[in-house]
Design a protein around this ligand. Structure first.
Ligand SMILES: [Zn+2]
Length: 170
């Protein structure tokens, strides 16, 4: 899914954490970090801006194999043990939930999907059917995306997020 949808889910999850008092509500830092965590697997898009429609393969899928992130988070959790950093494990929890949801959203893919069992099994899964043709550039991908119902699902997600946040802040 698109960056905006990942950001929307990041905001909703962060609000859930903040509302429960797990993270401070006096600063916007949790929200900034929540949005960053929700988008972090897409760092492969930064190194392949010209082929952003096919960015999962940019880093040999490394940032789009769920297992890689959970291994990294596990290591970070152990390494941070001696330091007693305030809110560290809550932020790590926020990162874990947001990255997991990133992969759920990316499984709604009109093009390839997510290799949930990678790097061991490279087969990619999608909840929806693949495009009838493989797009050859980003323009073509956008063309197909604009015609697909998944776009309306994303727009609905943006509207719900906006309503939830406005209700919170107004
Ligand atoms: Zn992604």
């Amino acid at each position: 899914m698109t960056t905006l949808s990942h950001a929307a889910v990041g905001l909703l999850v962060t609000k859930f954490f903040v509302d429960r008092g797990w993270l401070p509500d006096t600063t916007i830092t949790p929200y900034i970090l929540g949005v960053a965590f929700a988008n972090i697997p897409d760092i492969d898009g930064l190194v392949s801006l010209r082929r952003v429609y096919d960015h999962h393969s940019a880093l040999k899928n490394l940032s789009h194999y769920p297992a890689n992130w959970f291994i990294v988070f596990g290591f970070v959790a152990v390494l941070a043990l001696p330091f007693h950093i305030r809110f560290f494990y809550t932020y790590l929890g926020l990162a874990t939930v947001n990255v997991f949801l990133h992969f759920i959203l990316d499984t709604f893919s009109i093009y390839h999907g997510i290799a949930w069992f990678g790097p061991w099994i490279k087969k990619k899964y999608s909840f929806i059917r693949m495009l009838p043709i493989i797009p050859s550039d980003t323009h073509e991908w956008v063309h197909w995306y604009m015609k697909h119902w998944v776009l309306y699902l994303e727009i609905a997600l943006w509207i719900v997020t906006l309503m939830v946040l406005l209700e919170h802040w107004i």
